[in-house]
Design a protein. Structure first.
Length: 453
């Protein structure tokens, strides 16, 4: 990494970054009150409010968004006439899944094998710390050269759209010349990467009912329609023989031009078991960045332990469908709903409820902001050129911001490289990535100010 005075300051700030990340990770801020108390999210939001105020931000506010969660906003004024940059992250996290499967407590930041482990360490509490570190370093070297707005979302992982709807109702709040979304990640550790596309998503809950109540499988099995078996048939209809996603009417043959993802690297990153094949067709990049992907996130049915010999009267599943840029998420929802209803066997009753939705996003990588970021990343990563990649995940706010502010340049960077294992057990962040990206963001703000000046 660069040995400039700014780089040395960023390095000196890393112990503070680790301490504060540990404090932030300790909040069990899953934005679902059925799993964790709402007070955990409120406490995390309060921590960010205090941090912004301590760092000189003005107009710091808790925004009560329409989905019942809170986002945090702050404004840091820069020199007169300077451009405005909006920095984004989110403090809500995915559930820890099976806490016993973690090698260390999920809400206790733990250093192991050169990485820091904890839920949200990379996705995206680390993004909050990244922004704070970059701004603190700049203050020690002549000050922050731009006006800075910070927005930290409280329900990104739930996909409930609270901040999107708030922004639409208050479009003046997040106006900026450039937006840095700190919720993406390098293609791999040490390879500077800007994310150019995000898949959109729709989240639906499908319920299947066939009987007025459960029946004894010995007395009625063989003729009584089993709702769980019907649900299995419905879910299986969403995939072709090779595992490709098949939703009636939804195109699934696009290709990705640009950075490719070698299959052997993908198998390693995804920890695919020996002898198990990958699903789908086309290149790996085609499958995860340019085509739709359906995932069954959960099924409500009797667990194996305690199950009784019964024909099930009802069953339901939660389904996620990721859609690439160019596909309208609302249309995808309609197609998915129709597919599920039409796939039900034996006249089973099917009800589909939309739970969440977000549009896909494509950035303008030829913008001046990207040139400034490429220069900043090149210095922070010892001369390595910035790569352009896609990301299969969704950040619904990106499309909202692009629609509200069509002239604004939007960049996506972050700490969620493959080794981070976001959304899985043993999520972690690379402290080296945190340091390099903090430096890169500080350099970007300097160079963007000079470019726009």
């Amino acid at each position: 990494m660069s040995d400039s005075p700014l780089a040395r300051t960023v390095a000196a700030l890393q112990p503070r970054a680790r301490t504060e990340l540990a404090e932030l990770v300790a909040f069990r801020s899953v934005a679902d009150p059925e799993q964790f108390p709402k007070s955990e999210c409120e406490a995390a939001a309060g921590w960010i409010v205090d941090a912004l105020r301590a760092d000189g931000f003005q107009d710091v506010a808790l925004l009560d968004t329409p989905d019942g969660t809170q986002s945090v906003y702050g404004f840091l004024p820069g020199p007169q006439g300077a451009p405005t940059v909006l920095l984004y992250a989110h403090y809500d996290v995915q559930p820890p899944l099976d806490e016993a499967a973690w090698d260390s407590p999920p809400f206790t930041l733990t250093e192991r094998d050169g990485r820091w482990y904890g839920r949200g360490a990379a996705d995206c509490k680390g993004g909050v710390i990244l922004h704070l570190t970059a701004l603190r370093a700049l203050r020690e070297h002549g000050g922050v050269p731009v006006n800075v707005k910070v927005i930290v979302e409280g329900s990104e992982e739930q996909g409930t759209g609270g901040l999107e709807r708030y922004a639409e109702a208050h479009p003046e709040l997040l106006t900026a010349d450039a937006i840095v979304i700190g919720d993406a990640g390098n293609f791999r550790v040490g390879l500077p990467t800007a994310t150019a596309t995000l898949r959109g998503m729709t989240l639906v809950r499908v319920s299947v009912d066939t009987l007025a109540g459960n029946l004894h499988s010995g007395q009625f099995g063989g003729a009584a329609p089993d709702a769980l078996a019907a649900l299995v048939r419905v879910l299986d209809s969403l995939r072709a023989e090779d595992g490709s996603t098949t939703v009636d009417g939804l195109a699934a043959d696009a290709t990705w031009e640009g950075l490719q993802y070698p299959e052997e690297e993908f198998r390693k990153d995804a920890k695919v078991l020996d002898g198990v094949g990958l699903i789908g067709s086309g290149t790996i990049a085609d499958r995860i960045w340019a085509r739709p992907a359906v995932t069954v996130l959960g099924i409500d049915c009797p667990p194996v332990v305690g199950a009784t010999p019964s024909v099930q009267a009802g069953a339901r599943a939660l389904i996620s469908l990721r859609v690439p840029p160019g596909t309208d998420a609302a249309r995808a929802t309609r197609l998915l709903t129709a597919h599920l209803e039409n796939a039900a066997p034996w006249g089973a009753r099917v009800a589909v409820e939309q739970v969440g939705q977000g549009q896909a996003f494509r950035a303008d990588t030829d913008s001046p902001a990207y040139a400034s970021m490429a220069s900043a990343l090149r210095e922070a990563y010892d001369g390595q050129e910035m790569q352009i990649a896609g990301m299969g995940g969704s950040i619904p706010l990106c499309n909202t911001l692009a629609s509200l502010y069509p002239e604004t340049e939007i960049l996506l960077i972050g700490l969620s490289e493959p080794d981070a294992q976001i959304h899985a057990v043993n999520e972690s962040v690379s402290p080296q990535e945190l340091e390099r990206l903090s430096l890169a963001e500080a350099l970007f703000l300097q160079r963007y100010a000079a470019e726009r000046g």
